[in-house]
Design a protein around this ligand. Structure first.
Ligand code: FAD
Length: 528
C-alpha cells in the first residue's frame, strides 16, 4: 500500500469531499491536467498554497500524452536562432533528469550524413548545442565513422553514407510523468482530480474572478468552488475558457497537429534515436526507441478545430512512411504500423504577420485578463516546471501576495528512484515497482497481455493508486498499450474492463459500454 502524509488520498471520494466543502477558499485553482497545469499546480502546492487542479477528462488525455517523448533543448530551435529557449530547455532537461530519473533518460541520437556540407553543418551545429548546455550537457557530440554508424544503426541506408553525428538529449514517458505529477500534487497536500470540467467562471461585484463552476463528468453533479486565483492551463482549449471570461475576446492560440507512427523494433533495431534534420517540408523527424518499439514523427499541420481525440490525416501518415523509407533498408508499410496517434500544439498566435506554424516560437507566455484570469500560452513538456514557476511568480506579483520561493527545481517527483533497469517492463513505476512486482509474483499466472507485459495487478494498481477511471485511462496512460500496439489493446480491453468493474463496483452494463467505447476509439489508432 502507498501511505501518504497529511491524510491525503488518491481516492476520488476523498478528493471530492474536499471539493464539496463550500467553506473552503482555494488559493489557486488550476484548470487543465496536462503538463502546463500540473507544473503550475505542483509549483503552487510546493510553495504552500492551497491548490486544486481539475481536468475535464484524464490527466494527459490531451497533447501531453501524445508528444514525441523527448526532453530536449530542441536542435531545431537552435537552427531558428532561439538560443534563449534552447538554453532554458537545456537547464530544465537537467532538472527533470535529476527529479524524475525513473522516467527520464539520457538518449543518444545519430544524424546520418550523406554529404560533406551536412557533415560540417551538423558537427559544428551540435558543438554549439553542447556549448549552450554548458555543465548541464548530457554528453558531448561527436562525428562517428561510416562503419560505426552502420553498426550503431542496423537497417540504415548505407548508400552514399559518410558517417553520423552523435549527440545527447533526453527521452521520457509523457503520460506516466503526468500521472506522477498529479500524485506529487496530492502527496504535497494539494488536490488533483480528473473527470471534472470547468463550465463557467465566478466573479465578484468588481468583476474580478473569484472561483469557478465545475461539473463532475461521472456523477453529473455541479459545484461552485471559490479561489483567490484561477489559472487557465487548457492547452489548445485556452480560448474556450477565455471566452467564459470575455465572450468578445480575441483568438490567442493557433493549433498545429503532429502525428506519430509506432513501429516494431525490427525496422530500427538500435538503442540510438535517429534524427532526420531536414525533411522535404523543412522540419525534423525522429525515430525514437520507446518501450521496446520505435516512435516515428512528427508532422506540423495547421488545424482549425481543437479536439481531445485528433485524427491523423492520410497525407501525414504517407509523409512519415515516405520520409523514413529513404533512410531504412527494410521499409515499413502501412500494415506494419502498430499504432498511429496525433497531438495538437497550442501555439501562441504570433504578433507580427502571418507565420507558418513550424516557425512560431515554442516559448511560453503568461497573459492576465482585466478580471484576473491567468492564462498560460504555448510552451513545451520539457519546460513545464519553469512554466509553473513563472506562472506562480506572476500570480504573487499581480495579487500582491508576499513572494515565496519556488522549490520545484530540486523536488523529487512521485516515483523517484535512482536506480532504473530500463529493460524491466515495470521500470516506469519507479519506487512503486517492488510493490507491484510483489503483487504480480503472488498472482503469477494472471498476465492479460504477455506480448506487452501487462498484468492483472497493474490494472488493480492503476485504479487504487493512480486515479484510473476508465479502460482508456489504463490502456492509454497508466500502461501505454494503446500507443504501443492498438490491436493488442483492443484484444485485452474486455479483461481490463472486468477487473476495473470489480474494483470500482460497476455492473455488466458499465463493462459493455467501456469495451464498446474503447474499441471504437482504438480503431482510430489502427491503419486499415
Ligand atoms: C506532436 C507533438 C509532439 C511534441 N513533442 C514534444 C516533445 O517531444 N518534447 C517536448 O518537450 N514537448 C513536445 N511537445 C509539446 C508538448 O507536448 C506540449 O507543449 C504540452 O504537452 C502542452 O501541455 P498543456 O498542458 O498545455 O496542454 P494539454 O496537454 O492539452 O492539457 C490541457 C488540458 O486541459 C483540459 N481542459 C480543457 N478544457 C477544460 C475545462 N473546461 N475544464 C477542465 N479541463 C479542461 C484538457 O482536457 C487537457 O487535458 C509536442 C507537442 C506535439 C503536439
Amino acid at each position: 500500500m502507498v501511505s501518504l502524509p497529511n491524510n491525503q488520498s488518491f481516492k476520488r471520494e476523498d478528493i471530492l469531499h474536499q471539493i464539496k466543502d463550500e467553506q473552503l477558499t482555494w488559493d489557486i485553482l488550476v484548470i487543465g491536467g496536462g503538463a502546463t497545469g500540473l507544473g503550475i499546480a505542483l509549483d503552487a502546492v510546493a510553495r504552500g498554497y492551497k491548490t486544486l487542479l481539475v481536468e475535464q477528462s484524464d490527466f494527459a488525455k490531451g497533447t501531453s500524452g501524445r508528444s514525441t517523448k523527448l526532453v530536449h533543448g530542441g536542435v531545431r530551435y537552435l537552427a531558428q536562432g532561439n538560443i534563449r529557449l534552447v538554453r532554458q530547455a537545456a537547464v530544465e532537461r537537467g532538472l527533470l533528469l535529476s527529479n524524475a530519473p525513473h522516467l527520464v533518460k539520457n538518449q543518444t541520437f545519430i544524424i546520418p550524413v550523406y554529404n560533406y556540407r551536412d557533415k560540417w553543418k551538423y558537427t559544428l551545429g551540435l558543438k554549439v548545442y553542447d556549448w549552450i548546455s554548458g555543465i548541464l550537457t548530457f554528453g558531448g557530440s561527436v562525428f562517428i565513422s561510416r562503419k560505426a554508424t552502420i553498426e550503431s544503426m542496423p537497417n540504415i541506408n548505407a548508400n552514399g553514407l559518410l558517417g553520423g553525428v552523435l549527440y545527447h538529449d533526453g527521452q521520457f514517458d509523457d503520460a506516466r510523468l503526468a500521472i506522477n505529477l498529479a500524485q506529487s500534487i496530492i502527496e504535497k497536500g494539494g488536490c488533483a482530480i480528473n473527470y471534472m470540467k470547468i463550465t463557467g467562471l465566478l466573479k465578484d461585484e468588481n468583476q474580478q474572478i473569484n472561483g469557478a463552476l465545475i461539473e463532475d463528468a461521472e456523477a453529473g453533479e455541479r459545484y461552485k468552488v471559490k479561489a483567490k486565483a484561477v489559472v487557465n492551463a487548457t492547452g489548445v482549449f485556452v480560448d474556450a475558457v477565455l471566452q467564459m471570461d470575455n465572450a468578445t475576446g480575441k483568438k490567442t492560440i493557433c493549433v498545429s497537429q503532429g502525428v506519430h507512427l509506432v513501429l516494431d523494433k525490427k525496422f530500427y533495431p538500435s538503442d540510438h534515436a535517429l534524427m532526420i534534420p531536414e525533411t522535404s517540408d523543412g522540419r525534423v523527424l525522429f525515430a525514437v526507441p520507446w518501450h521496446n518499439k520505435v516512435v516515428v514523427g512528427t508532422t506540423d499541420t495547421p488545424v482549425e478545430e481543437a479536439s481531445l481525440e485528433p485524427q491523423a490525416l492520410e497525407n501525414e501518415i504517407a509523409f512519415i512512411l515516405d520520409t523514413v523509407s529513404v533512410y531504412f533498408i527494410e521499409k515499413p508499410r502501412r500494415s506494419d504500423v502498430l499504432s498511429v496517434f496525433a497531438g495538437l500544439r497550442p501555439l501562441a498566435v504570433p504578433q507580427k504577420g502571418k507565420q507558418k506554424t513550424k516557425e512560431i516560437s515554442r516559448s511560453h507566455k503568461v497573459i492576465i485578463s482585466p478580471s484576473k484570469l491567468f492564462t498560460m500560452l504555448g510552451g513545451k513538456w520539457t519546460t513545464y516546471r519553469k512554466m509553473g514557476e513563472d506562472m506562480v511568480n506572476r500570480i504573487e506579483k499581480e495579487l500582491n501576495w508576499p513572494h515565496k520561493k519556488t522549490t520545484t527545481a530540486s523536488l523529487h517527483i512521485y516515483g523517484y528512484a535512482k536506480r532504473v533497469n530500463w529493460n524491466d517492463p515495470l521500470y516506469f513505476y519507479g519506487s512503486d515497482t517492488p510493490k507491484i512486482r510483489q503483487q504480480i509474483n503472488e498472482n503469477e499466472n494472471e498476465w492479460i497481455s504477455e506480448k506487452l507485459k501487462i498484468h492483472e495487478m497493474q490494472v488493480v494498481w492503476a485504479v487504487e493508486h493512480e486515479m484510473a477511471r476508465t479502460v482508456e485511462d489504463v490502456l492509454s496512460r497508466r500502461t501505454r498499450a494503446l500507443l504501443l500496439d492498438a490491436r493488442e489493446s483492443i484484444r485485452i480491453a474486455p479483461a481490463v474492463a472486468k477487473i476495473m468493474a470489480g474494483e470500482l463496483k460497476r455492473d455488466d452494463e458499465w463493462v459493455r459500454q467501456q469495451v464498446d467505447y474503447f474499441t471504437k476509439l482504438a480503431n482510430g489508432y489502427t491503419l486499415k
